[in-house]
Design a binder for this molecule. Structure first.
Ligand SMILES: [Zn+2]
Length: 73
């Protein structure tokens, strides 16, 4: 399971499962291709309103991180 968590957010995130208080979005497969991921991607929601979808897209596309979040496994 890969977590995408915003840097220096206002509140802590639970990076051990899918039950974080921020109500993260969990991706099991690529929304574009429908291909299943080897590991689920847990996209946390920033308390300060940052949009982390760009990081998720970068991760899925194998691109460089945008620098607004980080990935942990
Ligand atoms: Zn969270």
């Amino acid at each position: 399971m890969i977590h995408i968590v915003p840097f220096n957010d206002l509140k802590q995130h639970d990076e051990t499962g899918t039950q974080c208080p921020c109500d993260p979005h969990v991706f099991w497969k690529d929304p574009k291709t429908g291909a299943e991921f080897n590991e689920a991607i847990v996209l946390h929601k920033a308390w300060d309103g940052r949009e982390l979808m760009e990081e998720a897209q970068a991760l899925m596309n194998g691109e460089e991180w945008k620098g607004i979040g980080r990935g942990t496994t």
